[in-house]
Ligand binder design. Structure first.
Ligand code: GDP
Length: 310
């Protein structure tokens, strides 16, 4: 069994490859819910939905989020009534959020809802939210707190991040199945996701980090930074403003002690000795997932590099 800690776009690309390289029935995704937000009267789980849509082959390939060919009539209409339209929720995407919200109001726990949604999309793998309790990522800039989706969408991450916190995490528990998925996996893979706002919230849920520290699984991380740059998103800016080196080495340092195998790009080959000096093996391969073939090849490379831990 392979367990993957997942954010949104970077994670979903890797997962599309993993389910080609391995039997989907043996893949469990632990999804970041720190980005979840109540908007337009519905509960939106941006990262979970990106993963579900990508694995269903329905994600918008141009944006990496939302559904291919979706329309935006509902948010357009809401604008007429004075709603702020900065968060683009497509009509079919809205249906998913509406259904999730209805079930939440009926008291159905988020992990059951997520499993139901995954079944409705015909997925063969297991998708678990990191927690059923609300955990909300909080971004602090020079002038104080900025609501997460404001930071990501409205301000287009154009703010110097001074701190990242996870509101509610103290009271959160891992969703049913999360600890078992870490404990019983052959490998736990930290997807090429943002270390601070995608993987960070999952690691912050009480019990998750300890489970990762004590599992017999091979622990793998794939760098979202290639040649000192992100493919997309604010990870590089965050590494810099939070005092880390903006490179695959900077990412490896964040995961030191939690990871046995660090996967970095060919372009970063020169970093191998310094990554290995952190006490992890290093796999160098092409990590730029530009096509379905490249996604599957990366997953195959990662699986082939798994070695039982000493
Ligand atoms: P978000 O929640 O949608 O921002 O998604 P993630 O946190 O999962 O992914 C964002 C990260 O994915 C960024 O830091 C990107 O650099 C990284 N990423 C996206 N595509 C690729 C890719 O093809 N290869 C690698 N190595 N990283 C990628």
């Amino acid at each position: 069994m392979y367990t993957v800690f997942a954010g949104g776009v970077g994670a979903s690309r890797f997962l599309q490859g993993l389910v080609q390289a391995a039997d989907p029935a043996g893949v469990t995704v632990i999804s970041n819910t720190g980005d979840d937000v109540d908007l337009y009267g519905v509960h939106v789980s941006p990262d979970t939905d990106i993963v579900l849509y990508a694995l269903a082959g329905a994600v918008n390939p141009e944006t990496g989020w939302g559904l291919a060919g979706d329309t935006f009539n509902v948010v357009d209409q809401l604008q007429r009534f004075g709603y702020d339209r900065w968060f683009n929720l497509g009509d079919r995407d809205f249906a998913m959020a509406l259904h999730r919200t209805t079930l939440l109001r009926q008291g159905v726990p988020l992990h059951e809802i997520t499993a139901q949604l995954a079944r409705a999309w015909g997925l063969g793998c297991t998708v678990l939210p990191m927690s059923n309790e609300p955990v909300r990522t909080r971004i602090f800039g020079p002038d104080g707190e900025i609501p997460f989706q404001d930071y990501m969408v409205r301000l287009r991450t154009d703010v110097e991040v001074r701190d990242v916190q996870f509101a509610g995490v103290g009271e959160a528990r891992p969703a049913p199945g999360v600890i078992e998925a870490i404990r019983d996996a052959k490998a736990v893979i930290l997807a090429p996701s943002n270390p601070f706002v995608s993987i960070g919230p999952i690691l912050a849920v009480p019990g998750v980090r300890a489970a990762l520290e004590s599992t017999r699984a091979v622990r793998v991380a794939i760098s979202p930074i290639i040649a000192g740059q992100v493919v997309k998103g604010p990870a590089a800016k965050m590494l810099q403003s939070l005092g880390h080196e903006v490179s695959a080495l900077g990412v490896a340092r964040i995961y030191a002690g939690l990871v046995d195998l660090m996967v970095i790009d060919e372009q970063d080959r020169a970093l191998v000795p310094r990554v290995e000096a952190l006490g992890m093996r290093c796999l160098v391969t092409d990590t730029m997932m530009t096509s379905a073939e490249r996604k599957a090849e990366l997953a195959r490379d990662v699986l082939a590099a798994l070695e039982p831990r000493p």
